[in-house]
Design a protein around this ligand. Structure first.
Ligand SMILES: C[S@@+](CC[C@H](N)C(=O)[O-])C[C@H]1O[C@@H](n2cnc3c(N)ncnc32)[C@H](O)[C@@H]1O
Length: 278
């Protein structure tokens, strides 16, 4: 063996031993990583992970894009937050268990999304999630109910998706179940936070009185001595639609004003209303 062959072989041996050592360190780090157990205690809910197929479905239902800020309430091992970040969204996991928070950060780094996926160790009941454009949760029906007033105060149009559990008598706007790749906890429920429209509104053509039950709207439109019931009234976030006296109204609610288009036998037109009282 000449000198240059000796140098080459020595370098090769050095590289191999460094690679092996790095691999060993990597394995050791993985082995030392906290291993959560399905069903382990959590502050208010045990940890059960959402199956990945349903995570994808939940984010599909919420139509998550890079414009979104997704918050998972009780984020477990971080899978929903990491999947949202992989879709380009900014995402935050709120999780009470500090070991799960560290595991989530590790998982986010491994997935290469640490710049968009953040995790905080906090109690979801004491956390501000008002900046979210989409909220995901896999909690329990009574916890959803406790959170509901805060959720209903979010910006109209905020998307909410829950793994399996309902929001009491606030009916879901959409429900979907995944089959392939999912054997339990495979159903997601989706809601859009409705604008608040209950009360009196003034239109050029009369006075509109609305009653609101979550996204369902009823009431009457009064014009002079004529009173017409509101039918098929529905909110989808800040979008409102209803029928009055055969005319179909569709429009957008923006605080104390609504405006849009109206279709009737007499043709199409525009309408607008301003709030006259709560
Ligand atoms: C059923 S797991 C869902 C985990 C994750 N969202 C998922 O879908 O895979 C519920 C999680 O909520 C956490 N948790 C329970 N009570 C909490 C609280 N008050 N604040 C924050 N996290 C909580 C638990 O530690 C657990 O990780």
């Amino acid at each position: 063996m000449n000198a240059s062959q000796f140098v080459r072989q020595s370098l090769l041996a050095l590289c191999l031993s460094v690679t092996t050592a790095c691999g060993f360190v990597q394995l050791q780090l993985e082995k030392d990583q906290y291993q959560p157990q399905v069903g382990q205690e959590g502050k208010d809910v045990i940890w059960v992970p959402t199956p990945q197929a349903l995570v994808e479905k939940m984010l599909d239902m919420a139509k998550v894009t890079p414009e979104d800020y997704v918050i998972d309430l009780g984020s477990g091992d971080g899978r929903t937050v990491i999947t949202a970040a992989k879709r380009g969204a900014r995402a935050l996991g709120i999780e009470y268990n500090p070991d799960m928070v560290e595991l989530s950060k590790h998982n986010a780094a491994k997935a290469g999304v640490s710049d968009r996926a953040a995790f905080v160790k906090a109690d979801l009941f004491e956390s501000d999630f008002s900046q979210a454009t989409a909220i995901t949760l896999f909690l329990l029906p009574d916890i959803n109910l406790k959170l509901r007033p805060k959720i209903l105060d979010l910006k109209p149009g905020t998307r909410i998706v829950s793994n399996s559990f309902t929001m009491g008598d606030w009916q879901a706007d959409e429900t979907a179940t995944v089959g392939n790749g999912c054997s339990s906890w495979c159903t997601a429920l989706f809601w859009l936070v409705p604008a608040k429209v209950e009360g009196s509104w003034q239109l050029p053509q009369g006075a509109l009185t609305l009653k609101q039950n979550f996204q369902m709207v009823s009431g009457e439109l009064k014009s002079g001595a004529n009173s017409t019931p509101i039918t098929n009234g529905k909110l989808r976030g800040d979008q409102i639609a209803f029928t009055a006296g055969g005319a179909q109204y569709a429009g957008r609610v923006s605080g104390d004003a609504m405006q849009g288009s109206v279709q009737s036998g007499g043709g199409n037109g525009q309408w607008s209303a301003t709030r006259a009282g709560k």
